[in-house]
Design a protein around this ligand. Structure first.
Ligand code: AGP
Length: 575
């Protein structure tokens, strides 16, 4: 994971890097760092914690620099520590390097680098020493040699203080180069530099780029120059800030009704033909396999149910479990669902399915993502940028999109009162949610029961409780309770049930837990705790939103870092 940033040119490198690193924090925030080039000197500042900790040094060193590289880290190899923070320097301090990805054969490479002093436990540090070792052959040759030798996925920015150039290396992990009038910007995600330029070159796997005094040359491993024009990206960023809310999560939950309303409009107007094309791709194959991770997997579980209901042979496979043993062939459409469009497990599933002959469709949120670019057909969910690590408005927009597609297949499609009902749900339940949050905040285990379409929602709420409230939670099929889990229910155990209708089957499971003394909390239009619309078909959305609000308030009451939970990152770009 991790985010890479870089800048070279006439703008103030300190200010630019600071801004870019803040925008990349969603990729990890265990530690951060930057290295600056002034003349032929490199100055480095780095350490554990987020960018705020080194902000002043970044601004100061950057103000007098010609260029710099920066990094925000999500630890994979080596814990979060000052030594493991990037950039890493070579022995002679000629080179400084930042890396995103995993160099799988780092131990072997390190064993061949006798005489080099290593300061960190990271896989990344071998790259800078290897390139220094081989630089007697010329730095460019050393870079190519490293790319031929390294196994795994990487995006690397390497600063060479002697020749005052920056090298960018890519295999597997994303790397974008922003072309300004008098500046070059480097980032794992073009969102980081989009307020400076909309002209972007995406580096491809097996390519490297040389940034020399604002000239960018891209080459492949044979040294052949890869000429291409920058793509001009369309950006419609609505807001980058909390708009008065304490947390992004709170703001993003509030945005849900508006996001659905806007999505519906787009899908019915400018995106309408795209939806038809997407449906043609779906119906053109014998079967559809949905694949995704985490929250997007829960949306996909719902999606496969919606599609099956309208006669599509659809099944769902969690991306990290995707393998060649699944029945995938030329008659399969792989439907990848991802907020970020960068999740490595999903990208690997795409690659495997492609090799087995499948066509690829995707539903993504972040524009210009790798998954979008690797798909034959793509639909955007248009939820706008989501900053909180926990996915909320993107979950509801994913579910809405998948439901919309299924409804169109059946020829029926209307938004009804969903946005206004959701607005009311959020407005009317604020106090009730806070009360329940107070009741649950010190609990260690919570069970969430759902049946049918409510089961993926129960799973989703349990994921949020773990992620945001640090409470062990289990989302399960209500009917499975009596097959084992019931043994754990005792006096006061909190059990949340998702009850869309009075006569839902789940009601009997609810009775089972109540009679064992559980603290039963019903999310239902008939509950005495909450006020929810009695609209069966949209209950998925009401219960999910209430679940999000509840986890948010538990996390907030516990004083947890709601937007940036420990050990996690927004975009999971490692396997
Ligand atoms: C959700 O709250 C999570 N942070 C996480 O499970 C996320 O949904 C998962 O990593 C998949 O991400 P993607 O949608 O960007 O592919």
């Amino acid at each position: 994971m991790c985010g890479i940033a870089g800048h070279y040119g006439s703008s103030d490198t300190g200010e630019v890097l600071l801004d870019m690193l803040k925008r990349l924090e969603y990729r990890g925030y265990d530690s951060t760092g930057a290295a600056f080039l002034s003349g032929s000197d490199i100055s480095t500042v780095k350490g554990t914690g987020d960018i705020e900790k080194i902000k002043e040094n970044v601004v100061f060193l950057g103000s007098v620099a010609d260029g710099g590289i920066g990094h925000t880290r999500w630890a994979t190899h080596g814990r979060a520590s000052d030594e493991n923070a990037h950039p890493h320097s070579s022995c002679e301090n000629r080179f400084s390097l930042v890396h995103n990805g995993i160099i799988e054969n780092h131990r072997k490479i390190k064993s061949e680098l006798g005489g080099h002093k290593f300061y960190s436990e990271t896989d990344s540090e071998v790259a800078v020493h290897y390139i220094e070792e081989k630089s007697t052959l010329g730095v460019e040759n050393a870079v190519v040699s490293f790319m031929e030798k390294a196994k795994g996925s990487y995006a690397v920015a390497l600063m060479d203080s002697k020749e005052e150039r920056v090298f960018l290396l890519k295999n597997g992990s994303p790397l974008a180069i922003g072309i300004g009038k008098k500046d070059v910007f480097i980032a794992s995600d073009p969102f980081a530099f989009h307020s400076y330029t909309d002209r972007v070159l995406f580096l491809r796997d097996g390519e490297y780029a040389v940034v020399d005094n604002c000239d960018v040359t891209i080459k492949n491993l044979d040294g052949a120059v890869q000429k291409r024009k920058p793509e001009v990206l369309e950006w419609k960023e609505r807001s980058f800030g909390k708009n008065g809310y304490r947390h992004y999560m709170q703001k993003e939950i509030r945005e849900i009704p508006g996001c659905i309303e806007r999505l519906e409009k787009l899908l019915e107007t400018v995106e309408s033909e795209k939806v038809d094309g997407f449906i043609d791709a779906l119906l053109g194959k014998d079967k559809v396999v949905l694949t995704a991770s985490g929250t997007s997997h829960h949306a996909s579980m719902l999606g496969s149910r919606f599609l099956r209901k309208v006669g599509v042979d659809a099944r769902v496979v969690v991306a990290s479990e995707f393998g060649e043993n699944f029945e995938i062939d030329e008659e399969t459409l792989l439907l990848a669902v991802s907020q970020s469009g960068e999740t490595k497990d999903v990208l690997d599933a795409i690659e495997t399915a492609r090799k087995m002959g499948a066509d690829i469709a995707s539903i993504t949120n972040t524009p210009h993502s790798t998954i979008q670019r690797r798909s034959d057909v793509n639909l955007g969910i248009h939820a706008g940028r989501e900053f909180c690590v926990a996915a909320t408005k993107t979950f509801t927009n994913q579910v809405y999109t998948l439901r919309k597609i299924s409804k169109r297949i059946r020829g029926r499609s209307s938004v009804g009162n969903l946005p206004s009902n959701l607005k009311n749900t959020i407005k009317k339940n604020g106090e009730a949610v806070k009360k329940v949050a107070e009741e649950l905040k010190n609990k260690e285990d919570i069970y969430i029961l759902g049946k049918g379409e409510m089961h993926p929602v129960a799973e989703e709420i349990s994921l949020k409780l773990k992620e945001i409230a640090y409470i062990h939670a289990e989302g399960m099929m209500g009917g499975e309770l009596k097959h084992g889990t019931l043994a754990l229910i005792e006096e006061g155990t909190p059990v949340i049930s998702l009850v869309p209708r009075r006569n839902s089957d789940i009601v009997s499971n609810l009775k089972e837990v109540k009679s064992r003394g559980a603290n039963s909390i019903e999310i239902s239009p008939f509950s005495d705790r909450f006020e929810l619309p009695d609209e069966d078909e949209d209950f998925i959305f009401f219960s999910a939103v209430l679940g999000f609000m509840l986890t948010y308030w538990i996390g907030r009451k516990k004083g947890l870092p709601v937007d940036r939970p420990r050990n996690l990152a927004k975009s999971v770009t490692v396997r």
